[in-house]
Design a protein around this ligand. Structure first.
Ligand code: HEM
Length: 453
């Protein structure tokens, strides 16, 4: 078949192309794309990107790391923030970094990390009171950053330093999406640009301080950073200071907002689906029964796991995985130039009706059966598949079980939630009203111990 020029999405305006739609109603705009073709060309000001959501094409882009690499202006922006971290490095550096970071996420370490997850989930919810309205999105982010700090840097930061880092992360995550779709955002000396630069400086200084502190105090406190300090590549070389800081920054970013967004969406979806809520509560009442969920509870919580899986289908936090073509390339019968930005849209892939009947419906029982091949990739695929997939799933399930075991949540804000696609697909602020399940005194109070006591 002769390769042709890809179809352009309708609705672009002169000069700006599809930028207004991407900024004001990104998901509604994306929903129109599968009808246009695959890949479909989207114009962002003077630049173009090619969106794919067909399972075979997504697989091909993710598998062919020579033709589709993590290079180009988008990854340059990400690297300005994260450095050359495992999740954003080009193909040439990937193998070495993956080899070094991977052992810190070995399956055998999960129970150890899970103990910190249980402890932090219990601590967060212990501060909640019946009748209180909490922003679930914010609470979930507090939880996952607290877990990241504990499991990555162990000793933990003083609360003020941790809060500063969290606040900087928030500014950066919002700023990154804007800079990706609107590169000119960096050209004008606006207060927003000053805020972004300040946050970037805070972030870099904070991470460098954590690494320096670890080096100074010596090795092995059983956290990820200690494992990274001790790790060597194939040639016996350790990571240098800069490389270490880059990996730490990457792991916080890759792990915290993705998992918190999955948790926040799951709490919302459960609250909006009484049948799912009933089934979830029944499972939790027969299991942890209001106590914080622990690693050893997980085998008895299959429905909880399905709720998380279905949440990740409807709202994949990594909703768009992008690559840049390194040479002129044919994709799905279309001819792409070298340097083209190709976006694998997991949000569209996982809502394709031929893969998931009635795709907009939230139905955790889909995951009781077989999944369509190549149709469910919330953690990506191939050599760059998420390193923290089990970590994230464990954390989200433990947190959901801990919250829903004791609390019933109801939306307290006006109107439906509007997803906010940043680099991660976030639900945006989500005020919810807390009531204690069973209405009586809490069924649990007291210390938490992990699997190893
Ligand atoms: C629900 C939670 C999560 C989701 C949905 C998610 C999703 C993803 C996806 C789609 C990728 C592939 C990106 C690509 O191919 O360019 C990825 C990569 C990665 N993720 Fe996750 N992630 C989650 C949690 C985590 C956690 C908890 C960590 C670590 C603490 C983590 C660390 C990483 C790293 C290091 C990579 C880069 C892997 C590589 O390029 O070799 N992720 N993640």
């Amino acid at each position: 078949m002769r390769a042709t020029r890809p179809v352009t999405a309708p609705g672009g305006v002169p000069l700006l192309g599809h930028l207004p739609a991407l900024l004001t109603r990104p998901l509604a705009f994306l929903d129109t794309l599968p009808d246009c073709g695959d890949p479909v060309r989207v114009r962002v000001g003077p630049r173009e990107m090619y969106v794919v959501s067909e399972p075979e094409l997504v697989q091909r882009v993710l598998a062919d790391r020579v033709a589709f690499d993590r290079t180009g202006p988008l990854y340059a922006k990400i690297r300005a923030f994260l450095g050359n971290g495992l999740a954003s490095c080009p193909h040439a550096d990937h193998r070495r970094l993956r080899r070094i970071v991977q052992p810190a996420f070995h399956r055998a370490l999960l129970p150890h990390y899970a103990a910190a997850m249980t402890e932090k989930a219990a601590a967060l919810t212990a501060g909640w009171r019946a009748g209180q309205v909490v922003d679930v999105t914010r609470e979930a982010f507090r939880l996952t950053t607290a877990v990241a700090v504990r499991t990555l840097f162990s000793a933990g930061l003083p609360p003020r330093a941790a809060e500063e880092l969290r606040a900087a992360l928030d500014v950066l995550l919002r700023g990154l999406y804007l800079r990706v779709v609107l590169p000119a955002a960096d050209l004008l000396p606006t207060p927003a640009r000053r805020g972004y630069r300040r946050a970037l400086a805070t972030w870099h200084a904070g991470v460098a301080a954590i690494v320096a502190d670890h080096r100074a105090r010596g090795i092995d406190r059983g956290d990820v950073l200690a494992l990274l300090l001790a790790a060597r590549d194939e040639d016996g070389r350790p990571l240098d200071g800069r490389e270490l800081a880059d990996q730490v920054a990457t792991l916080v970013l890759a792990g915290a907002e993705t998992t918190s967004s999955a948790l926040a969406w799951s709490l919302r979806l459960v609250a909006e689906h009484p049948d799912v809520e009933r089934a979830l509560h029944a499972e939790l009442d027969a299991g942890p029964a209001g106590a914080p969920a622990r690693w050893q509870d997980l085998p008895h919580l299959p429905y909880t796991a399905r709720v998380i899986s279905e949440t990740l289908r409807l709202y994949p936090p990594a909703w768009a995985i992008s690559r840049t073509t390194t040479r002129p390339t044919e994709l799905g019968g279309a001819r792409l130039p070298a340097g083209a930005l190709v976006v694998c849209c997991l949000y569209l892939l996982q809502r394709r009706p031929e893969l998931f009947p009635d795709p907009q419906r939230f139905d955790p029982d889909r995951f009781a059966g077989e999944l369509p091949r190549g149709g469910y990739l919330p953690f990506g695929s191939g050599a760059t598949k998420c390193l923290g997939d089990r970590f994230g799933l464990t954390e989200a399930a433990l947190a959901l079980a801990t919250v829903a075991g004791r609390w019933r949540l109801r939306p307290a804000g006006p109107g439906p939630v509007r997803p906010v696609p940043r680099l991660v697909l976030s639900p945006g602020p989500q005020p919810m009203l807390l009531s204690e399940r069973g209405g009586g005194p809490s069924r649990w109070s007291g210390p938490v111990s992990g699997p190893a006591g």
